[in-house]
Design a binder for this molecule. Structure first.
Ligand SMILES: Cc1cc2nc3c(=O)[nH]c(=O)nc-3n(C[C@H](O)[C@H](O)[C@H](O)COP(=O)(O)OP(=O)(O)OC[C@H]3O[C@@H](n4cnc5c(N)ncnc54)[C@H](O)[C@@H]3O)c2cc1C
Length: 434
């Protein structure tokens, strides 16, 4: 390992995985003069052609973490295009025709597809959706070329034999690398998680959540022709029996992102993304109303994403190896908060690592990070699963009054967090821990 120069910290961090978690963490650590290397298993940074929504908490976390991350987000983000909908998370509607009475009403005066209520942000503060591939491209621009190593699939972590307390990472290509500490940002199928929790711990492996999703992108011109401007240009959620469908604009309004959810008891395929036929996809929504059927029929690539989630981890670290993002708390996407939680994790971890003065301090850093972040990350996994059930008429049945009451309050604890207070709390605990 190269000796640290006077301006850098006397430790050297390996980040395993170059997704949203790994890239944002690397940018923040480099900003604090902490040497990092990203080890990415793939041949290049991954690109998923799909939209990701970020709430106000995630937008605040990015701004607090680094102006580079904030600027990348601002460059890519799109919020609802209508001024009257700037504070709206989703406009909620019933999409499933089976909910209608004989006259076609789902609520007095409201039919299938009509707007019922809005779930609104307390303060929208720059939240918005991004096209994931573009956002990753923008983040990559802030990571110097020599920081990322590709084709480095982590297979094992050992203690260094030189008595330094370092970790030695072993990769699938037969190479290895020694670092002071390892941050596992290697996603839902994390190898680092297996190392931290132990292979025999059932919490190591993600479990099927009972839901799957189709993801699609529809050019905005086409979406407007099909649905009209108000529906196409602003976020919508359509409820139904054992499924729901959501849309929001991305790419500065050029594209409408669609995620259509459905349910099944088990998932037996070892692949979590499989291609199905357009007929099978449409069959999943055969009892739904015309708006949802129209949207589904316009989706070109009928890939199914099985939605898995992690059982609660008893710890996010072991010695000098620590978990962050989906590797720590992979969740269903029903709060639209999974990636935001990854970024919040990175904010707190980088804040604490800035305080560390030596390699020996890092375990204390991880301990405080675990104390501050684990309860919030794990709570999101639980309540996000419930949210999916709520939208699918499985939590409050199809009682729209109860659904409205629940949904309008449900995500506030995620959006309204005071991250400055959380950073101060983390620093305070750190300064008092032996
Ligand atoms: C259908 C769906 C919709 C979603 N919508 C939203 C949303 O609207 N809002 C939101 O906030 N979140 C959403 N999410 C969740 C969000 O996408 C994730 O929380 C987030 O992308 C996780 O980022 P990550 O970097 O932790 O993991 P990943 O993106 O999984 O990145 C992990 C990286 O590690 C690499 N890797 C894996 N194993 C190894 C190894 N052994 N060695 C080296 N490298 C390795 C991988 O190649 C990858 O590059 C959604 C998820 C799904 C499935």
């Amino acid at each position: 390992m190269a000796a640290a120069d006077a301006s850098t910290k006397p430790f050297n961090i390996a980040i395993v995985g170059g997704g949203i978690s790994g890239l944002t963490l690397a940018i923040a650590l480099l900003q604090h003069d902490i040497p990092v290397t990203i080890y990415e298993g793939a041949r290049h940074f991954g690109e998923i052609g799909a939209g990701v929504g970020f709430g106000p908490n995630a937008a605040r976390a990015m701004a607090l973490m680094s102006p580079k991350i904030r600027d990348a987000f601002v460059k890519c983000k799109t919020h609802n295009l209508w001024d009257s909908n700037k504070q709206t998370f989703f406009t909620c509607r019933v999409g499933d025709a089976r909910k209608a009475d004989k006259e076609g009403f789902v609520r007095p005066g409201k039919k299938v597809g009509d707007a019922l209520f809005d779930v609104r942000f307390t303060n929208q503060e720059n939240s918005g959706g991004v096209y994931r591939a573009h956002f990753l491209d923008e983040l990559v621009k802030s990571v110097p070329d020599n920081v990322a190593k590709f084709g480095k699939k982590l297979v094992n972590i050992d203690d260094a034999e030189d008595g330094s307390g370092d970790a030695v990472l072993k990769f699938g290509d037969g190479t290895s690398a020694q670092h002071t500490a390892v941050i596992g940002c290697d996603g839902i199928k994390s190898r680092t998680r297996e190392f931290v929790l132990g292979k025999e711990d059932p919490a190591t492996r993600a479990v099927f959540s009972g839901k799957y999703a189709y993801r699609g992108l529809i050019p905005m011109d086409k979406a407007i022709n099909m649905l009209g401007e108000e529906v196409a240009q602003n976020s919508q959620m359509f409820f139904g029996y054992h499924g729901h469908l959501l849309t929001f604009p991305i790419e500065k309004g050029k594209t409408m992102n669609v995620v259509a959810f459905n349910s099944r008891d088990t998932w037996d395929d070892e692949n979590w993304v499989v291609t199905t036929s357009k007929e099978d996809m449409e069959a999943d929504y055969s009892s739904w109303g015309s708006t949802v059927k129209t949207i589904v029929s316009a989706m070109q690539k009928p890939d199914i994403w099985a939605l898995f989630m992690h059982p609660p981890a008893s710890t996010f670290f072991k010695g000098r190896v620590c978990l962050l993002g989906d590797a720590a708390h992979a969740t269903t996407p029903h709060h639209g908060a999974g990636a935001g939680m990854c970024i919040e994790d990175g904010l707190i971890l980088s804040t604490l690592m800035k305080e560390a003065k030596s390699a020996e301090d890092l375990e204390r850093v991880f301990k405080v990070y675990d104390e501050v972040r684990r309860p919030r990350g794990l709570k999101n996994v639980v309540t996000s699963k419930e949210a999916g059930m709520l939208y699918d008429f499985e939590l409050e049945g199809d009682d729209l009054d109860k659904i409205e009451e629940d949904f309008t309050k449900r995500v506030k604890w995620i959006w309204d967090v005071d991250l400055q207070v959380e950073m101060d709390r983390a620093r305070k605990i750190y300064s008092h821990k032996d």
